[in-house]
Design a binder for this molecule. Structure first.
Ligand code: EPU
Length: 328
C-alpha cells in the first residue's frame, strides 16, 4: 500500500524509477504512450477512492549534495525520492538554516515545491532556488525558477496550468549559514516562552516543532492519515466581518489583499465533527483538520465523509472548504 491513508487501490501498471534514465525510459516506453499517468512520491497527500486505470510511477531518485556555497549561503540539491525530513535533519545538523520550522512533515522532496509545503510560520518557497523537472509527455528536461513556480498557499503552477505535466526530479534549495530563527507562529513562540529559552538554535526549533506536531497530529504508525485533509479557508473581508459578528472568538490571520485566513480545523470543530467517527474513518480528536482511517476504511468512505463535512461547514458558515489532499 503506497499511501499513508492505508486504503487499498490497484493500478493497471506500476513502475518504480530509481534513476533519471530509468524515469525517461519509462516515460518513453511505447506501452505507456496513451496511458494516464500518476506520479507517486511518499503517498502522504493522496486519497485513492478507486483503482487507477493507468500507470503509477513511484519516484525513488536519491541523492543530496551541496552544489555551491558562499559566505552566507549554501545551495543544496536533493533528488525527488529523498525523504523530506531526512533532508531537514541533514541541514539542521550541518547548521544550515531555513528548513527547521518544516521538520517532521511526511513525504518526499519531490512533493515539497508542488504544494509549497508549509508549517509553523514557514513555507518551502522561502528556501527555494530552482527545480529540475521532466515533461511527462515529451521526456524533455526543464528548469523552473522561483517565479515560474508561482507559489501560493499550498499551491504552485504544478497544481494549476501545468497539472500532471511534469515530474520533479530534483530541487535546489538555498539555505543560510547564518540562520535567522523564526518564531512567528504563536504555538512555537509559546513553547519557548514556557521553557524560558529566549535564544533557541535551529536544532531547538526542529525539536520543538517535532514535539508540537506529535501532540497535535496522529501517529501515522497507528492510524492511516494524510495530515491536513483540507486547506485553511481564505475569505473576503465582508464575509469575515459577518463571521466575526456571529462568532467573536473566531481565530484568523490577515493575508494579502485584505483576505482573511480562517483555520478550517476551527470551522470543523464548531460544526461538531471533532472526534466524530463515520464508519471506519473519522475526524482526529486533537486536530479537526485531520481525517483518519481507524482501519479498513475505503477511500470512498473517507471521501463521502469529507463531503458531509464540507456541506455542513457550508450550511453553517457559508464557507467553501477545499480539500488539500489529491483525490484519485
Ligand atoms: N483549531 C481549532 N480546532 C482544531 C484545530 C485547529 O480550533 O481542531 C484552530 C485553533 O485556533 C488553532 C488554529 O486552528 O490555533 C491553528 O491550528 P494549528 O496550529 O494546528 O494549524 P492548522 O492551521 O490547523 C496548518 C497546516 C498544518 C501545519 C500547521 C502548523 C494547513 C492545511 N495545515 O494547520 O499542516 O502543521 O498549520 O503550522 O495549512 C499538513 O499539511 O498536513 C499539516 C499538518
Amino acid at each position: 500500500m503506497y499511501n499513508t491513508f492505508g486504503v487499498k487501490a490497484n493500478s493497471l501498471y506500476f513502475e518504480d524509477a530509481d534513476t533519471l534514465s530509468e524515469l525517461i525510459n519509462i516515460l518513453k516506453n511505447p506501452l505507456y504512450q496513451n496511458v494516464d499517468k500518476f506520479i507517486l512520491g511518499g503517498g502522504s497527500n493522496v486519497l485513492f477512492t478507486q483503482d487507477f486505470n493507468g500507470l503509477v510511477i513511484k519516484i525513488s531518485l536519491k541523492g543530496i549534495n551541496v552544489e555551491k556555497e558562499d559566505e552566507n549561503n549554501v545551495y543544496v540539491k536533493a533528488y525527488a525520492g529523498e525523504i523530506w525530513d531526512d533532508l531537514v535533519s541533514y541541514s539542521v545538523e550541518k547548521g544550515y538554516g531555513g528548513f527547521e520550522n518544516l521538520s517532521g512533515i511526511p513525504g518526499l522532496v519531490g512533493a515539497t515545491p508542488i504544494q509549497n509545503i508549509g508549517a509553523y510560520g514557514s513555507e518551502i518557497k522561502s528556501s527555494f532556488e530552482s527545480l529540475e523537472a521532466i515533461n511527462i509527455n515529451t521526456g524533455e528536461t526543464r528548469f523552473f525558477n522561483l517565479d515560474e513556480c508561482k507559489f501560493g498557499y499550498r499551491d504552485s503552477v504544478f497544481k494549476n496550468e501545468l497539472k500532471n505535466q511534469y515530474v520533479v526530479v530534483s530541487v535546489l534549495y538555498k539555505l543560510s549559514k547564518k540562520p535567522i530563527i523564526n518564531l512567528s507562529y504563536k504555538a512555537l513562540k509559546d513553547y519557548f516562552d514556557l521553557i524560558k529559552n529566549n535564544n533557541p538554535t535551529i536544532l531547538d526549533v526542529r525539536n520543538a516543532v517535532i514535539k508540537i506536531r506529535s501532540e497535535k497530529l496522529p501517529d501515522t504508525i497507528k492510524f492511516g492519515t494524510a495530515g491536513s485533509f483540507f486547506k485553511n479557508a481564505i475569505i473576503s473581508k465582508d464575509k469575515f466581518e459577518i463571521l466575526q459578528k456571529n462568532y467573536p472568538d473566531v481565530p484568523f490571520f490577515l493575508e494579502e489583499n485584505e483576505k482573511y485566513k480562517i483555520p478550517t480545523g476551527w470551522l470543523i470543530e464548531k460544526a461538531g465533527f471533532k472526534g466524530q467517527r463515520y464508519g471506519n474513518c473519522g475526524v482526529y480528536e486533537k486536530q479537526a483538520l485531520v481525517l483518519i482511517n481507524f482501519g479498513g476504511a475505503t477511500g470512498l468512505e473517507v471521501f463521502e465523509f469529507s463531503k458531509l463535512i464540507q456541506d455542513k461547514v457550508k450550511s453553517i458558515f457559508d464557507i467553501d472548504i477545499e480539500r488539500e489532499v489529491v483525490v484519485i
